[in-house]
Every structure is written in C-alpha cells, then in structure tokens.
Design a protein around this ligand. Structure first.
Ligand code: BEZ
Ligand code: FE
Length: 287
C-alpha cells in the first residue's frame, strides 16, 4: 500500500502480522502497534521527541550489565511491574499479598540454619526475624524454601558494592511447624539507583527515588504458588509514596526496638539494642 497517512498506517502495519503463527505473539504485537500509534497521535509526537525517546531507551540498554537492570527499574518506576504483579496475583483474601521482585535478588545465596546471622558483616541494628509459612487454613508448610534479601543500613544491597561477598541474603527451610528464624539487620529506606537514565527521568519530573524500608521474601513449596513479596517497616515515611508503587497495607509490620540487655528471641541477653519481626506467610494452592 502506498500513500499512507497518519491514520491509515495503523491497520496497514497490523496487517503485516497476519501470518504470525503464534497467536499470543500476534495479539501482543497487534495491540502494541495499536497502542503506540494511538499514543503518538494523541500526544502529536514530534520527530525530535521520537529521537529523544530512542536515545533514552538506548541509554537504558547501555546501562544494563550482569548486576544492573535499568529496564526493570524503568518498568518499576512507571508502575508497569506492579501492574503486572497485581493483575497476575489475584490471591484469595487470606493469602499473603505479592509485590515487586526488584532487581537485587541473586541466585545461589547461602543456605542457613535456624538462628543463624545472615548479615555476614553488613552494617545495621540487629533484627531477629521469626516467620511461619502455612496454607490458607493455617496448616504449617514443612520444608518450604524461603529466600530473603535486603539492603544494609546505608541503603545498599551487597551487589551494589564492588567485589562484595554476599551479605544480608540467604535461604532457609521451614521446620516441622512451618517456621524459620534468623538474625539479620534492620532495613532502612533507600533510593533506587539514580545514576542512569531512570534517575534522569525521576529528576526531570520532580519525583523522589525512595523505597520504604523492607525485607524481601520469596517462598517456594511444592503444590503452592511461589510467593514473591516484601515486609515493610511500619512508620516509614515513604509507605505512601514508594517510588515503585509496591506497598500493600497487609505487608506492613512492626519491628519494635528492645534495649540492650533484653532477651533476644534466641534467649540470649543482647549487648546491643535490637529489633524483632514476627511474620506469617500464607500461600495459595498452585492450581
Ligand atoms: C527492591 O526493592 O529491591 C527494588 C524494587 C524495585 C526497584 C528497585 C529496587
Ligand atoms: Fe528492596
């Protein structure tokens, strides 16, 4: 077809996907073209703006490496990650809610025994975590695999520090009562990385880059849907304005402070002030 204009181009492009043999791919591409074209017409996109957008996406790709995923961060700050989480994890109300995975999970984190300190040198006030994993009726799930990871008191994950060993991350297996307990450090609020194109967007639009303090959990057990979630610290100033829109009220928990000398959940008198966190995770069936 010749003499295409700004309206007739849309059905013409979509028609070129007619022979796509994979129905879902065909649907995704067709809808993408339709939405992109509608957007360009609605905002009256200029050629200069299109080149700026292409430059931005190029820089986003160039910022990615094996430790940095700027495209995930872009999806996060645009709310696309949380939208996908929300529409794909419509669990029953008794189930623990899911939230964003984020870019800082690392495969191959150490496996720990109950009561171990996973900080491995990361700085922060001690936090004693007790968690139980159950089904929707409260029946404990034995031998569930619980992954946890978090930032240190400077707001950095181990992977953000050059040549850093794994810190404040690890895996546990639930015991016969569906329980794990371990020592870590108190999470603090931290900014998402702002030294790349996503940071430029946040600054240009006057948005802050902060996430409220949280600890990440991913829980796997045969017969149950894998749960990816966080527990947020009650009282954090960014709970209402998380830069990646990940907060759910059901995931906010107290992490009360105890003075030095108090007994820790492990039954020892602590030489330092510490915090505690008790949390219950309820998994939904895989079917
Ligand atoms: C995180 O919580 O680790 C995270 C999530 C989204 C973007 C950046 C960080
Ligand atoms: Fe995080």
């Amino acid at each position: 077809m010749k003499n295409i204009d700004h309206l007739s181009i849309t059905p013409e492009v979509i028609a070129r996907f007619a022979d796509c043999s994979e129905p879902r791919l065909k649907f995704l591409l067709t809808e993408l073209v339709q939405s992109l074209h509608d957007y360009a017409r609605k905002v009256e996109l200029t050629e200069l703006e299109l080149m700026a957008a292409i430059g931005f996406l190029t820089a986003t790709g160039q910022k990615c490496d094996d430790k940095r995923q700027e495209f995930i961060l872009l999806s996060d700050v645009l709310g696309l990650s949380m939208l996908a989480v929300a529409q794909n994890n419509k669990f029953p109300p008794e189930a623990t809610e899911a939230t964003v995975f984020g870019p800082f999970y690392v495969d191959g984190a150490p496996s720990y025994a109950h009561g171990d300190d996973i900080a491995n040198g990361a700085q922060g006030e001690p936090l004693y975590v007790t968690a139980t994993v159950s089904d929707l009726h409260g029946k404990p799930i034995v031998n569930a695999l619980v992954h946890t990871w978090q930032a240190d008191s400077d707001g950095f994950y181990d992977v953000q520090r050059p040549d850093q060993d794994m810190q404040a991350r690890g895996n546990f297996r639930t015991d016969g009562e569906g329980r794990i307990h371990f020592r870590s450090i108190l999470p603090v609020a931290y900014p998402v990385p702002t030294d790349g194109p996503v940071g430029d967007i946040l600054r240009a639009s006057g948005r802050h880059p902060w996430r409220p303090a949280h600890v990440h959990f991913m829980i796997e057990a045969p017969g149950y849907r894998t749960l990816v979630t966080h527990i947020f610290r009650e009282g954090d100033q960014y709970l209402e304005s998380d830069v990646v829109f990940g907060v759910r009220s059901s995931l906010v928990a107290q992490m009360p402070r105890r003075e030095a000398g108090a007994l820790t959940p492990l039954g020892e008198a602590s030489t330092r002030a510490f915090h505690t966190l008790d949390v219950q995770f309820r998994l939904t069936d895989a079917t």
